[in-house]
Design a protein. Structure first.
Length: 123
């Protein structure tokens, strides 16, 4: 939710951003549907899928470095792997895959934000 709060104020809608956001939204709806069916439509799981999707959409619409969006995608992949492993089927090397995509996500998001701040002129 903190990422949503940080990304949303910089959201700008244009064709490429809308396509990215639509792709994330479609994936999020699909993930929510699959997880909902697998878990008996448990509200906390659906709420988390909604927040994760919202973070991805906010990152897709965010003006600035594309590294932030790539990081958000890596974050979505990381949490999707966790959910798949927990609720659908065991994944080989799940822990390693989750941690690699999670740290990649945090690094890309941080790098993108730092890059945006470095490019701003100082007052």
């Amino acid at each position: 939710m903190c990422y949503i709060a940080g990304f949303a104020p910089l959201a700008r809608i244009h064709q490429r951003a809308a396509l990215r956001a639509g792709s994330v939204l479609g994936y999020g709806l699909g993930l929510g549907w699959v997880l909902g069916q697998a878990t008996g439509w448990q509200l906390p799981i659906l709420a988390y899928a909604l927040v994760l999707t919202g973070m991805g959409v906010a990152a897709a619409l965010r003006q600035g470095s594309h590294l932030v969006f790539l990081g958000a995608v890596a974050f979505i992949i990381s949490d999707s792997l966790l959910a798949i492993n927990r609720f659908l089927l065991p994944l080989p090397l799940e822990h390693m895959l989750v941690m690699v995509t999670y740290y990649l996500a945090q690094g890309l998001i941080s790098s993108g934000i730092l890059s945006d701040h470095a490019e701003r002129p100082t007052p």
